[in-house]
Design a protein around this ligand. Structure first.
Ligand SMILES: NC(=O)c1ccc[n+]([C@@H]2O[C@H](COP(=O)([O-])OP(=O)(O)OC[C@H]3O[C@@H](n4cnc5c(N)ncnc54)[C@H](OP(=O)(O)O)[C@@H]3O)[C@@H](O)[C@H]2O)c1
Length: 341
């Protein structure tokens, strides 16, 4: 059975708090004057919390920002415009618990010949109990893992994220994909293929474990994607992973009432603001320090390694195959990625 590092949200929150005392080695590498005029950034789940703060910061730095969200359209975008002073902000509908909306979203970008320079896979949920989606998959699994696979695969195959491996349209552009993970993935179990993609009932404790575990699963997948897209001497599309550290956001909005009140109190008093947490994500998204390299991991502003399991090549290959097998089963619009198979 798959196991995550934490089964208690209060313990997880307090562990996150201790992380705030770790040295932030790279925090002076991002300057307010750093700009990315002319670049287009896509951020999923940008109507709230960390994603919203990333959107404001990147818009202030001159980029065109696409906020991919399932609600608060257009209000959240209007707020980002007001806070950043930029009008290069747009919102598009995307619900990662509904696979067809991912295809619609990607179709629209493709039809409009949009090019994404920086793709930030930020959207995520923490659920107090299992929930079945239209596809039959459990929501935490789909939103926090498989939908990120589907979306990046489509964006690469369509050339919306320019690349030579799948589309031959890179033309000197070096795009970056950033997956927003959690350091709580460290210590989660190996991927359990007996239960991979199966609908499993869970409550708060196991839900917390699955949250950390699916972050490990996603980190393993994006490490494998990085291997398939890039070689030592040739970076086609950089793929990085980052944990923003403990952030005072809406991530616990679905927790039971008492637990939610307690967690919100802890978050409010001791966690970082989204604006402050967004800085490390912005740094990794735009800094020249990350030009020409791939598969790096940042824990806030600390360079770190992910859980060792994430880097095991056999694990990556098996996960890649099983993920595409599952995707094909649940999605009539499955996109074959045979070029990187
Ligand atoms: N907060 C922390 O301490 C912390 C620590 C480590 C990592 N993270 C990660 O940071 C990321 C952002 O979370 P947050 O803390 O900023 O929480 P948040 O305020 O709840 O933001 C999560 C975002 O994801 C969106 N989302 C959820 N389900 C979605 C779906 N089906 N389709 C499209 N969008 C969906 C939410 O949209 P709605 O508003 O519509 O729900 C919201 O915009 C997550 O990946 C989380 O795992 C957070």
């Amino acid at each position: 059975m798959a196991e995550g590092r934490f089964d208690n949200p209060i313990v997880a929150a307090l562990a996150g708090f201790l992380d705030l005392f770790r040295k932030q080695g790279l925090s002076d590498r991002l300057k307010d004057s750093d700009r990315i005029d002319g670049k287009t950034c896509l951020i999923t789940g940008a109507n709230s919390g960390l994603g919203f703060a990333i959107a404001v910061d990147l818009a202030k730095r001159g980029s065109h920002v696409i906020m991919a969200c399932r609600r608060q359209i257009p209000e959240a975008g209007e707020k980002v415009k007001a806070l950043s002073g930029s009008d290069k902000v747009e919102m598009m509908y995307l619900d990662l618990s509904k696979i067809d909306t991912i295809h619609d979203f990607c179709d629209t970008l493709k039809a409009n010949k949009r090019i994404i320079d920086i793709c930030i896979l930020n959207a995520g949920v923490a659920l107090p109990k299992s929930r079945k989606t239209n596809s039959g998959l459990e929501e935490l699994f789909l939103v926090n893992y498989l939908s990120n696979v589907i979306m990046t695969s489509r964006l690469l195959k369509d050339g919306t994220i320019p690349n030579d491996t799948l589309n031959n349209n890179k033309q000197n552009k070096e795009s970056r994909i950033l997956f927003i993970s959690s350091d709580s993935h460290q210590g989660s179990s190996y991927v359990d293929y007996d239960e991979f993609g199966k609908y499993l009932e869970y409550g708060v404790s196991k839900g917390m474990e699955y949250y950390s575990y699916y972050k490990l699963v996603a980190n393993t997948y994006f490490t494998e994607l990085s291997r398939r897209l890039n070689s030592k001497n040739n970076i086609d599309v950089a793929v990085h992973v980052i944990c923003p550290g403990p952030v005072n956001t809406n991530i616990v909005k679905e927790a039971p009432w008492l637990l939610r009140k307690m967690l919100r109190g802890i978050f409010f008093v001791i966690f970082k603001s989204p604006e402050s947490a967004a800085k490390a994500v912005v740094y990794m998204s735009i800094s020249e320090d990350y030009a020409g390299i791939t598969n790096e991991y940042l824990h806030m502003f600390n360079m770190k390694k992910m859980d060792p399991k994430v880097y095991e090549v056999d694990e990556g290959i098996k996960l890649w195959k099983e993920t595409h097998k599952l995707w094909k089963q649940v999605d009539p619009d499955f996109v074959s990625l045979s070029v990187v198979d």
